[in-house]
Design a protein around this ligand. Structure first.
Ligand code: ADE
Ligand code: ZN
Length: 325
């Protein structure tokens, strides 16, 4: 993996805490909780971290999650990510979690919140939580999850939509997002990762999202590109993830340079770094070495990340002032 230079200060706005489960921690938590794994050999586990598409990744991601059982497990997972993120230059982390998976695994919501928010409180990184709905479980399940989570309303700042994309468009989640808006929650959604430009439009027009997660397929539609530029809609792009899930063949084919040329508010994120070969600094390093992005372009991406963050204007200005150049 390419690792380069001093880490650029950045906000990480697209990071699934469950996607930071490194094989070492998987084995440790399995042993701690008496959960059987197909193998505990780290090389064999790592060999499985190779994917044909989003679904083949999701199958492994969900298979690994039963090792997370207690608030301590969620605390350890989150602390480990935050320690790595600090070394990666992350000043602000807006972290996704998938409560429906853990509820299905009989983990109480209180344990999830206590573990994750406990670790967030112990870190020097500014951070908040975004609760994601699994789109393939449908809007009724999402609504039930949101209602179940509302007693913990003060512990998260927004909602998101993730999991299998194609065949599960955003529009049916309209009422869930209306309730989230009424509760004063921020709204984001994965769209345009494997799904087409229409999914991005639906997320904007029907769900009223403030950011699009991924959005790379929006580049197929010039009218949508113009709108994203005019409205300065933030796009949380995840370059190494797109290569790992074969959304694009090679990093050198990535649309990110075109997004910047078009004046879109794109930023760089790691998505599921334990699975996709790197954290956010590794993504920046790969953009520099394999895509030839200039220091100026990388600084723009870092600046964009702070612009797109759900933080105060004062915080954003202070972080931007740390960016060299
Ligand atoms: N990249 C991704 N796309 C959709 N759902 C996810 N859940 C975790 N990572 C994801
Ligand atoms: Zn994602």
């Amino acid at each position: 993996m390419v690792r380069g230079g001093t880490a650029l200060p950045t906000a990480e706005l697209h990071i699934h805490i469950e996607g930071t489960l490194e094989p070492e921690m998987l084995v440790e938590l399995a042993a701690r909780n008496g959960v059987a794994l197909p193998t505990t050999d780290l090389d064999e586990l790592r060999a499985k971290y190779s994917f044909a598409d989003l679904q083949s990744f999701l199958d492994l991601y969900y298979d690994n999650l039963p090792v997370l059982r207690t608030d301590q497990d969620f605390y350890d997972l989150t602390s480990s990510y935050l320690a790595r993120a600090a070394r990666a230059g992350v000043r602000r982390a807006e972290i996704f979690f998938d409560p429906q998976v853990h509820l299905r695994n009989d983990v109480p919501l209180a344990a999830i919140f206590d573990g994750i928010t406990g670790a967030l409180g112990d870190s020097e990184i500014s951070s908040d939580l975004i609760l994601c709905f699994l789109r393939d479980l449908g809007p009724e399940a999402a609504m039930e999850t949101l209602r179940t989570a509302l007693p913990f309303r003060e512990r998260f700042i927004g909602v998101g939509l993730d999991s299998a994309e194609v065949g599960f468009p955003p529009a049916p989640f309209k009422e869930v997002y209306e309730l989230a808006a009424a509760e004063g929650l921020h709204r984001v959604a994965h769209a345009g990762e494997e799904g087409g430009p229409d999914y991005v439009r639906q997320a904007l027009d029907v769900l009223g999202v403030e950011r699009i997660d991924h959005g790379i397929r929006a580049m197929e539609d010039p009218e949508l590109v113009a709108r994203l530029r005019d409205e300065q809609v933030p796009l949380t792009v995840c370059p190494l993830s797109n290569v790992a899930l074969r959304t694009i063949d090679r990093l050198s084919d990535h649309v990110l340079p075109r997004m910047l040329d078009e004046g879109l508010l794109a930023c760089v994120n790691s998505d599921d770094p334990a699975y996709f070969g790197g954290y956010v600094d590794d993504n920046f390093a790969a953009l520099r070495s394999e895509l030839g992005l200039t220091e100026q372009q990388l600084a723009t991406l870092a600046r964009n990340s702070f612009t797109a963050a759900f933080a105060t204007e004062e915080q954003k200005a202070a972080w931007k002032a740390e960016i060299p150049g």
